[in-house]
Design a protein around this ligand. Structure first.
Ligand SMILES: Cc1cc2nc3c(=O)[nH]c(=O)nc-3n(C[C@H](O)[C@H](O)[C@H](O)COP(=O)(O)OP(=O)(O)OC[C@H]3O[C@@H](n4cnc5c(N)ncnc54)[C@H](O)[C@@H]3O)c2cc1C
Length: 372
């Protein structure tokens, strides 16, 4: 089976990995180079930030994130020599208002990945001695990890380029789908080139709404900007992730610390705003005073594929009144949790396309149930 995937962020790349490993011939097109958009800009926390604030449909996919990346890691590393750098650092959540809800959620979730403990100041200090000593309580999630997403993308791109049944075509903008007799016959790029396959996948992140404009239904994805700053610290300087009031610090294995993030509806704008950067910096210093001695290495902004409920669209395109497309699939709208939901989203899509047994109930993600 030939599958054409539009969009080479984490969702398109992992979909390509799943489908190519299952024997499909896969082509991926991207309007820029692969893995440069939201998937590069994100933080890589392998959990929703406050999981109890999200619908079950988000957590149902997110809970596979860490373990599926761990399962892919040996194959990818052996073939590419690159490490996707999963850092099992654990996460401290410092928002008092969430302590009881978070504890209750972890107790009832029966998910080992989400066990939680409420710590006092001495326990906090032994977990993370860099924490501001004025902080006296914190909710500790020891199993939570982060992944170094730029390394993950580089590894996936390198691996996919090695596969004889994968073709990767960067700098190719898909402008429309050619439709005949209820089927997509080709995608047409900006040069007028027609790209043909048996099945077609929209995995275009924040741009997915634009690609649905020619159809009778609309994908309500819109870009939501998030800004980040990066500190350079010595390796293992910050022992755990830390989060307070939606601002987080994520230590990488080599010592870099990612701090984010903002959420702003600014259209397709990735300009860095110095006021937002300053706010991130000040919050980081309040949480971890020693960061004032660490240089800021970089600042950037990315566009999350925002959807109203945070639940992605995974499955066959919905039927229109005059047209029932039988070979167009969506895997988009992952909003704030695309890196953690990506492995399960990609596998679910592969299972749907190939008619296999599904790993989870698909109902919550089906475009036919949600788009009009
Ligand atoms: C600041 C920030 C922090 C984040 N932190 C986390 C986190 O800690 N954990 C987590 O799980 N998630 C996080 N996210 C969310 C996560 O990054 C996204 O949900 C995820 O990357 C979306 O992946 P994607 O592949 O759908 O989109 P993208 O990575 O944006 O990829 C879409 C691709 O489609 C291409 N494209 C678009 N239109 C076309 C076209 N017409 N033709 C060809 N190609 C096209 C684009 O060029 C792009 O490469 C964060 C996001 C941001 C911005």
């Amino acid at each position: 089976m030939k599958v054409l995937i539009v969009g080479g962020g984490i969702i398109g790349l992992l979909s390509a990995l799943e489908l190519s490993q299952a024997g499909c011939n896969v082509t991926i097109l991207d309007k820029q180079d692969f893995g440069q958009a939201a998937s590069w800009a994100g933080g890589g926390i392998l959990s929703p930030m406050y999981p109890w604030r999200y619908p079950d449909a988000v957590n149902q996919l997110a809970r596979f994130g860490k373990s599926m990346y761990q399962q892919w890691q040996p194959l990818l590393q052996q073939a590419t020599g690159l490490d996707i750098e999963i850092n099992p650092s654990g996460m401290l959540i410092l928002d008092e208002a969430d302590f009881n809800t978070g504890l209750g959620w972890a107790a009832h979730d029966h998910d080992l990945q989400q066990s939680a403990q409420l710590l006092d100041d001495s326990a906090l200090n032994s977990i993370n001695p860099r924490l501001n000593p004025r902080i006296t309580q914190g909710l500790w999630f020891p199993q939570l990890a982060n992944i170094r997403n730029p390394r993950l993308l580089k590894t996936l791109i390198t691996f996919l380029k090695q596969q004889p049944n994968v073709r990767m075509q960067p700098f190719t903008t898909v402008q429309r789908f050619e439709v005949k007799n209820n089927s997509i016959r080709a995608v047409v790029d900006e040069k007028g080139t027609h790209w043909q396959a048996d099945q077609y996948v929209i995995a275009t992140g924040a741009w997915s709404g634009l690609l649905s404009e020619q159809f009778e239904w609309h994908i309500p994805v819109k870009p939501i900007q998030g800004q980040m700053i990066l500190f350079k610290a010595p390796a293992q300087w910050l022992p755990s992730m830390v989060m307070h009031q939606g601002i987080y610090l994520i230590p990488r294995l080599d010592g870099h610390i990612v701090c984010g993030s903002s959420t702003d509806d600014l259209g397709f704008n990735t300009d860095v705003n110095s006021e937002i950067g300053l706010k991130l910096q000040q919050t980081a210093y309040q949480l971890i005073p020693g960061l004032q001695d660490m240089p800021i290495a970089h600042a950037w902004a990315g566009l999350r594929p925002g959807v109203p409920d945070g639940v992605p669209y995974i499955g066959k395109a919905p039927p229109g009144q005059s047209q029932q497309l039988n070979n167009l699939w969506l895997n988009c709208g992952h909003f704030r949790n695309g890196l953690v939901m990506a492995p399960a989203s990609a596998r679910l899509l592969k299972q749907q396309i190939l008619g296999e047994t599904l790993m989870v109930d698909e109902a919550a993600y089906l475009p036919a149930n949600r788009l009009s």
